[in-house]
Design a protein around this ligand. Structure first.
Ligand SMILES: [Fe+2]
Length: 469
């Protein structure tokens, strides 16, 4: 059935008016502010921090992707009483055949804190799209615990997959709300893309690493069963020369692993993975990124390698946002933006997720790459080859919400709101993905921002007019 000419004209005009309104009004600033006061870290004796029962029982169990394609998993855990075994026993759901892999164990000291025995074990050559059980704490003296995960489907262009996004989580009651809402979201996230700032242990005296342990126990209920992909934030630096701690990232590098070697990266802070139909690039805002640095050279070689016929969705994670219209952390991401933004446009990155700013913001597709020091062209402009930038540093940590915004709302900012929450991205096929942000609202998760994204490589239409739910 055809569409009548007057209807068509009306639709075109309406779309043009809507687009004009979006670009000229600077998008939507939600007046909805859920919480002004800071919430404190949950007490050490909270249920969510409980040590699992049994002698030397493995605790703080967490998994992440262990290779470039999704056929390996790194299992990590801590034992408190004695080293115990480094072995992971695992088997697929429909098989009685047990396999085992042997990992390694490490410890570290941080000021007056001595870590438990931290185990990391990579299990490889797994089958795609398969549920596996894994058992840790094997051996004579240790209490065993068993968990499970499902490997991703084989990498391919139209493979549906759902990611969750959490940032700047910390360990307050609000953090607990965010994690609970993510777990209870009927949109079932299969992997968390975490954009940095994990435990906020460094906000405690001498960076009290007991708070790294409590955080590990707090998130176990999710991350023992599905991988979280790690980005480092400023709270992972733990650079404290006054107390003799001069090596950046010390607790993070002992506690968390990333598959950086399988991505040809020389450091765990910048790397990439393929997962289903997505190619995820993780960058480090707090490692050198200027020209000629290892991170720069890695990214320069990495972006041309992304095969959009294999993984259509190109997603970048970093901690410090490039486009941020809140009062906090203004321009902190600017030097990295200057270094890399033209590459993001050239290689048509779909989405960039960052944290750091403790609030929510989504941009239009914009770029700002024309400026050289003599020409004065320094205003972000709509660019359909550019990514959408999303700030999701609203996990709920102890530092509280950022509620002061720059006014007026800049044109590039499509939606901003000072609430805690999490987001999900449901990739449907090579052309379409449904995105939604879920605010924490009085104990409930309420969808407050959502839109369909069109893939920049396969379907680069203007998807901004579909914005705003
Ligand atoms: Fe941060």
């Amino acid at each position: 059935m055809g569409v009548s000419r007057p209807t068509l004209v009306f639709c075109v005009l309406a779309a043009a008016v809507l687009k004009f309104a979006v670009l000229c009004s600077g998008g939507i600033t939600s007046s909805f502010v859920r919480k002004i006061e800071k919430s404190i870290d949950m007490p050490l004796d909270s249920d969510v921090f409980k040590v699992p029962p049994g002698y030397n029982a493995p605790q703080q169990v967490h998994i992440t992707q262990g290779d470039h394609e999704g056929k390996a998993v790194i299992v990590s855990w801590v034992t408190a009483d004695e080293p115990g075994s480094n072995i992971v026993q695992y088997w697929s759901e429909n098989s009685n055949q047990k396999h085992q892999a042997k990992g390694e164990m490490k410890t570290y000291k941080y000021y007056n804190y001595n870590s438990g025995y931290i185990h990391h074990c990579t299990i490889s050559n797994l089958k795609y799209d398969t549920k596996y059980y894994y058992k840790i704490g094997t051996g004579n003296t240790t209490t065993t615990r068993t968990f499970w995960f499902t490997t991703p489907p084989e990498v391919g262009p139209d493979v549906p997959y759902t990611f969750g996004f959490i940032g700047d989580l910390g360990q307050t009651h609000d953090s607990n709300d965010t994690l609970t809402h993510y777990e209870q979201n009927p949109i079932k996230g299969q992997t968390v893309l975490f954009v940095g700032d994990l435990s906020y242990a460094d906000n405690h005296p001498n960076h009290d690493n007991l708070r790294s342990d409590t955080w590990g126990r707090f998130i176990e209920r999710s991350v023992a069963y599905q991988p979280w992909i790690w980005t480092t934030g400023n709270h992972e630096l733990d650079y404290a020369p006054k107390i003799g701690e001069k090596k950046p990232f010390k607790p993070f590098t002992h506690r968390y692993q990333t598959p950086h070697e399988t991505a040809n990266s020389t450091a765990p802070f910048w790397y990439s993975i393929k997962r289903a139909s997505a190619y995820i690039i993780v960058l480090s805002s707090y490692s050198a990124y200027g020209k000629y640095t290892p991170q720069y050279r890695w990214l320069e070689e990495e972006l041309p390698k992304v095969n959009r016929s294999e993984t259509p969705w190109l997603i970048v994670l970093m901690h410090c946002p490039w486009y941020n219209s809140y009062s906090d952390h203004i321009l902190e991401g600017e030097s990295m933006r200057v270094m890399y933004e033209s590459w993001f446009v050239k290689y048509k990155v779909d989405l960039v997720f960052a944290g750091h700013v403790h609030a929510y913001e989504r941009s239009e597709r914009v770029s700002n790459t024309a400026y050289i020091i003599v020409n004065g062209i320094c205003t972000p402009g709509i660019d359909q080859s550019a990514p959408v930038y999303i700030t999701i540093g609203d996990g709920g940590n102890v530092e509280g919400l950022v509620k002061i915004m720059t006014e007026p709302q800049p044109k590039y900012s499509a939606y901003r709101e000072a609430s805690f929450g999490h987001a999900t991205l449901e990739i449907k096929n090579r052309t379409h993905a449904y995105y939604s942000w879920h605010r924490n609202q009085d104990g409930y998760a309420v969808k407050a921002d959502s839109m369909w994204f069109s893939n920049r490589y396969w379907h680069p239409v203007d998807d901004s007019t579909a914005a705003h739910s």
